[in-house]
Design a protein around this ligand. Structure first.
Ligand SMILES: [Mg+2]
Ligand SMILES: [Zn+2]
Length: 182
């Protein structure tokens, strides 16, 4: 079975510009391409799990989400890299009853595990909000890492208190994962 590093998208892979749905606004965060190279070298799949409630709210269509994901893959070509899977939750509790995939629910992780043959109990989660890390924990990941972003100052103390770890970038996360595994 495969192992994965699950990644929240906005604020982790690319900069968070609220409800990002325009490919031209997608910019990779520093340390992400290098982190991707390092995790692949270490044998992990890179799987994006992202809440896209803007779809349910009527702000943009699912096609716009796919276009943003194609843009991410394009931006990774110069690094000789690609993301192995994209999963998104198009729902929002404001317009419908609870779904099973919106983080902190673990539905996207379970679907990815089935489709990509991933052992979640040997996988990790990276997010920029504590709800991302809770989703990883609810799915059964080994550990969750909070990376530096807009939310860091408010979310880092809560994350640490809940037993999660912090890191500056995705590259830093991979270093910490490899250190912990010796
Ligand atoms: Mg985020
Ligand atoms: Zn959902």
């Amino acid at each position: 079975m495969n192992r994965a590093i699950f990644l929240d998208r906005d604020g982790v892979v690319n900069f968070d510009v609220r409800y990002c749905h325009e490919p031209e606004k997608i910019k990779l965060k520093p340390g992400f391409p290098e982190g991707l190279q390092a995790m692949h070298k270490a044998g992990f799949l890179a799987v994006v799990v992202t809440n896209q409630g803007g779809v349910a709210l009527g702000m943009y269509e699912a096609d716009a989400v796919h276009a943003c994901h194609r843009k991410l893959q394009e931006l990774l070509v110069p690094y000789g890299e690609k993301i192995d899977g994209f999963y998104f939750c198009p729902h929002h509790q404001k317009v419908q009853a609870d779904c099973s995939c919106r983080k902190p629910k673990p539905g996207m992780f379970f679907r990815a595990a089935r489709e990509l043959d991933i052992d979640i109990t040997r996988s990790y989660m990276v997010g920029d909000r504590i709800s991302d890390l809770e989703a990883g924990k609810n799915a059964g990941c080994v550990q969750g890492f909070l990376v530096d972003s807009f939310y860091y100052d408010t979310h880092a103390p809560k994350a640490v208190a809940a037993g999660f770890e912090t890191a500056s970038t995705v590259f830093d996360v991979v270093k910490k994962v490899l250190e912990r595994e010796g």
